[in-house]
Design a protein around this ligand. Sequence first.
Ligand code: FAD
Length: 431
Amino acid sequence: MTNQLLATTENANNQNSQNSQYTSLNDPEIVNVVAHINEEHLDELLGFLSVFTSLSTAELDRVDAQITDIYAEGIAIQTRPKSPENQPTGAQDNSLHDQIFFINFATPISQLDDLQAQYILLKQRADKKLGKKTIKLTKQVFDVQNSYRVSKNMLRLELSISSLDDAQSSDINGATISTSVPINEAGYAYLFDLEHNLTTNALMTDSIDGNEADDNAVNDSEKNNVCPTRPHCYYTLRKAWHTDDGIRAWVDVFLHGDTSGGNWAAALKTGETVVTKREFPEKVEHLRDGQAVLIVDETSMPTAARLLELWNNPKPPLIICVTQDADDQSYFDTVKMRSSIDNKIDCDIQSNSNDHFTVLPIVTNQANSGSDLATLIDSTLGDYLTDNPLQIDKAWGALEANTAKALRPLLRERLTLSRTDVVVKVYWRHD
Ligand SMILES: Cc1cc2nc3c(=O)[nH]c(=O)nc-3n(C[C@H](O)[C@H](O)[C@H](O)COP(=O)(O)OP(=O)(O)OC[C@H]3O[C@@H](n4cnc5c(N)ncnc54)[C@H](O)[C@@H]3O)c2cc1C
């Protein structure tokens, strides 16, 4: 393979094993980052190849891709022809061979910490060219209106944004402040800035220095809010809707002990502001047709609930809902699936579907992590399918990292589905 694939304006070139022309970052962490990207972000790598190289969609369908290294100037992605049994039916391929492509960053990086910003820029460029929704680095400021429990351990934050602010502006640091909140999107996630409330709380408590705060002056949760061990945390937009004076939104936070995110949420008071600094859409487009199974734990129940409310598929999904506590299974009790009548109008599809979804509960009495949980989920699904013969065409789930990793191949094998039809995201990591 000798052809120079693209001009530099297209961001990529064929590497031809000329690694020496790129600058090594000499960071032992790279191996873990590479493994993570290969495990979690394959679709993004394929998107980069599709946009920044001359590989056609048909060729991309016939190759596996993986990142092999990260350099100061960009990333190296290797493609390999899929094994014959994984080739699309009818594909006749004699031309593909192993290739390595180099995708250039917009600006070279000097350390691994700078990778995220450059990777996001690549993703934004690729998604834009592919006409896909993408990650946004915008800042939004919401007002806290209320908070209350919706199940034993699920705290609902009710937030608002005034329509008076319904325009884009910049803050003092030049970051874009946006007020567009997606009303009709399931799984849209915001990165909440936990430190923003550290700052505002500290101001309100007479400029307590986080390091020297008098332990008696604040209760435990406030103390943790003053010193969050993590500066930010992703939470999903459970639902948003227009009101007379702007937009209201729910964000449901699973409280699981004394943790940064939970303490932050539990300490929020009406009238305070919360700030988000990044947002991105969930990968759920594949659920528009076919029989779907949704596999959730407490962190992804909000995504599944919104998916149901916006369900745009004549077949109701099967839901596997794993909770530590039996009392959190009630979360779905008040969720109404979008009516099949709406679906028929929208999709112009004749169907005998009904508005009822089935929830298969799994209560574990422990934190829902690890590969054993994947085995339990897989066998529960297997037992259900034995009793209720159903052809599952699509799967979506979001779970703990090790559970997700173990579950993906189990589902693909049990349901004989391709990678693109089985989307199991990582929503959290067990320490
Ligand atoms: C795209 C996306 C959307 C998300 N949406 C939501 C949402 O809507 N609601 C929501 O509650 N979460 C959601 N999460 C998950 C949330 O961001 C993580 O659970 C986050 O780690 C919680 O932060 P924390 O401060 O509570 O715990 P961490 O600081 O992450 O961890 C502290 C300790 O708690 C443990 N831990 C962390 N999470 C869990 C858990 N879920 N169950 C048991 N133990 C845990 C860790 O192993 C660690 O020991 C989402 C994550 C992503 C990536």
